[in-house]
Ligand binder design. Structure first.
Ligand SMILES: Nc1ncnc2c1ncn2[C@@H]1O[C@H](COP(=O)(O)OP(=O)(O)OP(=O)(O)O)[C@@H](O)[C@H]1O
Ligand SMILES: [Mg+2]
Length: 449
């Protein structure tokens, strides 16, 4: 069929797209805290890069009785001339390619799914204009549930349920961005449960290591030295600062506690470039998994010092998935090729992701798994050994295995009769390794030549 000139585009973005970007995005309602804190941290980074302020905070006020959440930061804010455009763009962001955490232009929509009203209020340094956007989230949900309205476009729905206005502010100094969510509810209301929120913030957000933890300083030094940008922020929940969940002791599932006697640090390199750095705690006894509820078990993955996925993201890198829960630790990724997916529960699929997981398995998961097995075997015969001896034992095992393999290979070579040509040897190997396509290809190449 012949093309007969251009036709007008009939593209339409329907209103249900907004539902996908709000309630459809997050299995865990608490994720909205991660999104707003990520925005606050990005904004603080922008201001820090201009060296205008040193003390910057993120304050969260949670009122479970009034069902209200307020998240306030004194970062860069949004200048009044671009505030409306910035807050009215969905799925595009000025942050892209600026080395900041966000870039998809959707994170701030999270709160819309769990509140009746969302208010974004902001002011930039040196201005006396405050810009405000309000979302009538209740009305938005009513529209989405009404079949009569199903033909609305996303733009029409946005215009019917949001308002933007500006007003004079009393001060020109200072900058801020404030999120107020009113009438907040979620399944079982974890989103307004102060303890649950504190636990979540301490595990997921870029807060400092606790001052009382003896390895905090060592880790701060290591991460500051080896990451391009190691951001940590003062986050205050209802007046109390939030810290990461790490302590000198870990609570064991069976009973009692074990000590973290030191931390081991590591660097993951791919093709000669650093893509991640991390640490894990060395347990004194290493018997039994760390209790789930304590919030510290498992080696966690972080990007921009914000957790990706959950405590089990690296389970598959261990001999047995449960072995990940025997440890505490973090892997901070630092590579433009490891991009968090839009739900931030893993990375976008690509070759670097595969190589990264393989390296974690080889460098971290397998050695730790071996240590756990050695210790539990010893314990079943009534003994245990300390961490240094455990590591030496593994080294010796690896060396012995290597030596045994070498002796075996040598024996095989020695047994080849003198009259056999190398071509015949290659044929013999090829006939036995047809399951390995890579090896077969290599040998076939030699046999042809
Ligand atoms: N706390 C804040 N301070 C200053 N600007 C903010 C703040 N929160 C949001 N913004 C502005 O609103 C925009 C949209 O935020 P949103 O979280 O939706 O997207 P994003 O952060 O750009 O990308 P992502 O979807 O990956 O989070 C941001 O790009 C930023 O310009
Ligand atoms: Mg964001």
């Amino acid at each position: 069929m012949q093309k007969t000139g251009r036709t007008k585009s009939s593209f339409k973005a329907g209103m249900y797209l907004l539902e996908t970007l709000t309630s459809g995005m997050y299995n865990e309602p608490l994720s909205i805290y991660r999104e707003y804190i990520q925005n606050a941290a990005d904004s603080i980074d922008i201001l820090r890069s201009q060296k205008k302020k040193t003390s910057m905070k993120i304050n969260i006020d949670l009122d479970p009785l009034d069902k209200r959440i307020t998240i306030h930061d004194n970062g860069f804010g949004i200048p009044s001339d671009i505030a409306q455009k910035t807050l009215s763009s969905i799925g595009s962001s000025d942050k892209a390619h600026r080395g900041l955490r966000g870039f998809r232009g959707i994170g701030r929509l999270g709160g819309v799914a769990f509140s009746d009203k969302a208010i974004y209020r902001t002011k930039a340094q040196g201005e006396n204009i405050e810009s405000i956007q309000e979302w009538d989230c209740k009305k938005l949900r009513e529209f989405l549930a009404d079949p009569q309205k199903s033909s609305l476009s996303i733009k029409q729905l946005f215009n019917k349920t949001t308002t933007f206005y500006q007003q004079n502010s009393r001060r020109t100094s200072g900058s801020y961005f404030e999120v107020v969510l009113e009438g907040v509810t979620s399944f079982r209301n974890h989103i307004i449960d102060i303890k649950k929120v504190r636990d979540y913030l301490s595990q997921v957000t870029p807060v400092p290591f606790p001052p009382e933890c003896t390895y905090s300083e060592k880790l701060n030094d290591f991460l500051s030295k080896n990451l391009n940008h190691y951001g940590k922020y003062e986050i205050i929940l209802n007046g109390e600062p939030v810290y990461k969940p790490y302590q000198n002791k870990v609570k064991i599932t069976k009973k009692g506690y074990d000590e973290i006697i030191d931390v081991e640090t590591f660097i993951i390199k791919l093709k000669g470039k650093i893509v991640a750095v991390g640490w894990y705690g060395i347990r004194k006894d290493l018997l039994g998994a760390i209790a789930r509820g304590s919030g510290d078990s498992g080696i966690r993955v972080r990007s921009g010092n914000i957790m990706i996925g959950d405590a089990h993201i690296l389970d598959s890198c261990f001999r047995e998935p449960r072995f990940n829960s025997y440890t505490v630790g973090e892997v901070h990724v630092d590579s433009p090729d490891l991009v968090p997916n839009s739900r931030r529960d893993d990375f976008v699929d690509n070759e670097t992701k595969t190589l990264f997981y393989n390296s974690i398995e080889r460098q971290i998961g397998l050695p730790i798994s071996k240590e756990i097995r050695i210790q539990s075997r010893l314990a079943s015969t009534g003994g245990t050994i300390n961490s240094d001896n455990r590591k030496n034992l593994i080294k010796e095992n690896v060396e012995t295995a290597k030596n045994e393999k070498q002796i075996q290979n040598q024996k095989l070579l020695d047994n080849i009769p003198d009259n056999v040509t190398s071509k015949e040897i290659l044929k013999e190997i090829l006939s036995n390794c047809h399951n390995c396509s890579h090896l077969s290809n290599v040998f076939s190449k030699f046999l042809k030549s």
